[in-house]
Design a protein around this ligand. Sequence first.
Ligand code: GDP
Length: 456
Amino acid sequence: MISDNSEQTIVAPATAVGEGGIGIVRVSGTSAEAMLQRFFRSPGAVDQFESHRLYYGHIFDPDGAPIDEVMAVIMRAPRSYTGEDVVEVHCHGGPLIIRRILDLFIEAGLRLAHPGEFTLRAFLNGRLDLTRAEAVIDVIRSRSEAAGQLALRQMDGALSRVVYSLRDRLVEHLALVEAHIDFPEEDISPPTIARLAEDVDAVSSEIDRLLAGFDSCRVLREGLNVLILGRPNVGKSSLLNALLGESRAIVTDIPGTTRDTVEESLEIAGIPLRLIDTAGVHDTSDLVEAEGVRRAGLRAETADLVLFVIDGSQPVCDDDLLALEMAKDKRCLLVVNKSDRETLELTPPFTDLEAVPLSAKTGSGLDGLKEKISTLFFSGGEISESTLVSDRRHREALLRANEALTRFREAISATHDPEFLALDLKEALQALGEITGETTPDDILDKIFSRFCIGK
Ligand code: GDP
C-alpha cells in the first residue's frame, strides 16, 4: 500500500455506512478541486473557491441532473488533514446518495481510498508523526473515558515529544563520537567519556520510566482481563451479575451450572474491564465439567487479575485449594462472599491474600471491590506523565533502544573505540525512530494503517 501511487487523487466516504443526518465524501489529491469545478454548482457562481470556506449548492451528474443538495469545502494544501488539497462534500446521509457521489468521482478518474489512506498521506506528508497517526485510530476506537484521554494526549504528540527529545540527546552524542572516528589520532577525553556515560544513563532511565507506565496504559487501551475463579456455588455468577448490575450469567443452587466461561464488558472508574466468569473449579469425573475446569485454568494464565471467590460462611474445602492452585503467580484479590451470613475466620493459605468481604446478594462491599481494582492498576487514578506508552509496538522499540544503550554503557567502560560506540548509539536511534515513524519499515507501516477504517 505504501508504494501505491500517492500522485493519485483518492476518495472515500468519511462517515459511517448507513442512514444519518449528513454523509461526508472526502477527496484528497491534486484533482480534488477539479471535482468541485466539474460537479458542484453554487447559486452565487464561484470562479475561485476560497480555502476553508463552506459553500452551499448542488452536486450534478454529467447529464446535468441534480444528485443532492450539499455543502462543500476545499482545504488547500498544505493546510489540510492530509497536507494535500482536500475536498469534503457534505450531502444527505443516505447510503445511495453517498454511493452516487462516490461513483461520480471514481468515474471521473479518482481511486477509492484504502482504509487509513488519508491518515497515511498525512503521515507521509509530515503532517503527523507515526505515534500521532496511530493515536487517531485509538481515539476513534476508545471504549472508555480514560482510554480516550490517553489517545488524545498521544494524538497531541505527548509521546513523540518525549521520544524526539531523547533522540536529540543521542544524536548529539553520536555526532561527538563520530567526530573521533574521523580524527582517530585524538582520543575521546576522560571527562567527555564520563559526561557521555552519565547522559546515556539518564536517557536510559527516562526510557525505563516510559516503560514502567506500559501496564496501566495497556490496560486502559485494551481493557483489563479479570477472571472470576473459585469452586462451584461460592457466588461467582452472582458476583458477575452484581458487578454488571443486571442478570446475565445464570444463577442457581445446583453446583456447576456455569459450565463454560461467560464474558462481559464493563467499566470501573474509567477502566474498561473484560469480566470472565468461569466454570466452578472442582474435582470431577464429568467430562463436560472437567473441560470447563480445564478452560478456567487456561483463562487464568492470561488474566491480568483474578477475583478469587470463596464462601465466607463455609469452611475452606479441598476444591477451594484446587482452585487457588490455578491462581498462583497471578495478581489476585480474595473475595470473601456471602458476608450477609455469619462468616468464619479466614485460615491459611487465604490469610496471605488481600481480602475483600462482600455480599453479591445484597451488594454490600461491591464499591470497596471496585475501588481496590482501580487502585491496584492506577495507584493515583490519574494518567501521569509516565503513562504514555500503551502500544506493544512502542514498547518493543523502547526495549530495543534500551538494550542498545546498555551495550553502549558496557562498551564505554571496556573500550573507547568510537566505531563501536557509534554502532550502539545508531541502533538506539533506529529503534526510537521506529516509534515516531522516521525509520519504520514499510511493511510495518502497512500493518498499522490497515487497522484504520475507510475514509480516515
Ligand atoms: P457460582 O456457582 O459460584 O457461580 O455461584 P452462584 O452465583 O450460582 O451462587 C450460588 C448460590 O449462592 C445461589 O443460590 C446464590 O443465590 C447464592 N449466593 C450468591 N452470593 C450470595 C451472597 O452474597 N449471599 C448469600 N446469602 N447467598 C449468595
